[in-house]
Design a protein around this ligand. Structure first.
Ligand code: CO8
Length: 258
């Protein structure tokens, strides 16, 4: 029997998803993406899971779209099947926070997959890049859109037009990743942070994630309006009453909705 391309494990309220094609540096084949989305959707609807950690097995987080698979596609084949478009759409629909724990290469679609996560932790070995230009194509899963938001136009343009990579320390300085660690600590730290996030009220965490993500879609006025609406909605939750009451009574809150 062939190895599953995605491994899952639960620690407390955290679901850990591992890309498991180490011999191909976890390249994103259509089959791997289907398994990845199934695992994410399963955790998304599991009330025992509050946050998700995404990592890669072996020396790469992910080396991008499967080059052998993409080589076989022409324009019509890619267009008619919306090739790999399901990844962006599928991850966009996940309400629970996803922390990317990046060790080694995050290239092309791998860098784009990392940027689909909500928080990025990187090991010192991490290398980020959009090398598609060297293959005669361009980033196809958000690289031209998300990288500019993460690190600004000049650095994003430099990476995309030259195919040059950046290492973990530069990625942290540029704001692409939240924190860097020794490689062996990356996943552990990501899980600890995910446990912390999962300990808060689940609907409030989902609201916060949605509001932050909307900032990328909306102008400031609409974004502030959207935030205000969600903020006021949170007043209707039992967890709002509990959180404020617990603070005033100098005790730890007990969330009704985890
Ligand atoms: N696809 C398929 N196989 C790959 C890929 C890939 N992207 N990357 C590496 N592999 C395979 C190699 O072919 C090799 O297989 P084999 O042992 O059978 O020859 C194995 O993984 C190990 O790779 P290397 O021997 O090359 O390992 P090195 O340590 O020498 O080099 C590198 C590591 C630098 C990461 C190198 O493998 C490399 O440059 N890989 C390609 C990276 C790249 O160009 N990625 C962009 C791909 S295009 C893309 O992602 C478009 C985005 C589209 C959107 C995706 C949405 C989901």
């Amino acid at each position: 029997m062939s190895e599953p391309m995605i491994l899952t494990e639960e620690i407390g309220r955290v679901g850990i998803i591992t890309l498991n094609r180490p011999k191909a540096l976890n390249a994103l084949s259509g089959a791997l993406i289907d398994e990845l989305l199934a695992a994410l959707r399963s955790y998304n609807k599991n009330p025992d899971i509050g946050a998700i950690v995404l990592r890669g097995n072996g020396k790469a987080f992910c080396a991008g779209a499967d080059i052998k698979e993409q080589k076989e596609l022409d324009f019509v084949g890619a267009y008619n099947t919306d090739y790999l478009k399901n990844l962006n759409d599928g991850i966009f629909a996940i309400h629970k926070p996803i922390i990317g724990a990046i060790n080694g290469y995050a290239l092309g679609g791998g860098c784009e997959l990392a940027m689909m996560c909500d928080i990025l932790y990187a090991g010192k070995s991490a290398v980020f890049g959009q090398p598609e230009i060297k293959l005669g194509t361009i980033p196809g899963a958000g690289g031209t859109q998300r990288l500019i938001r993460a690190i600004g136009k000049s650095k994003a343009m430099h990476m995309i037009l030259t195919g040059d990579t950046i290492k973990a320390d530069e990625a942290e300085a540029a704001g692409l990743v939240a924190k860097i660690f020794d490689d062996q600590e990356t996943v552990k730290e990501a899980i600890e942070t995910a446990q912390k996030i999962a300990s808060f009220s689940a609907p409030v965490i989902a609201m916060a994630k949605e509001a932050v993500n909307e900032a990328e879609e909306l102008g400031l006025k609409s974004g502030l309006h959207f935030e205000s609406r969600l903020y006021h909605s949170s007043f209707g939750l039992a967890d709002h009453s509990e959180g404020f009451g617990a603070f005033l009574q100098k005790r730890q809150p007990e969330w009704a909705h985890k």
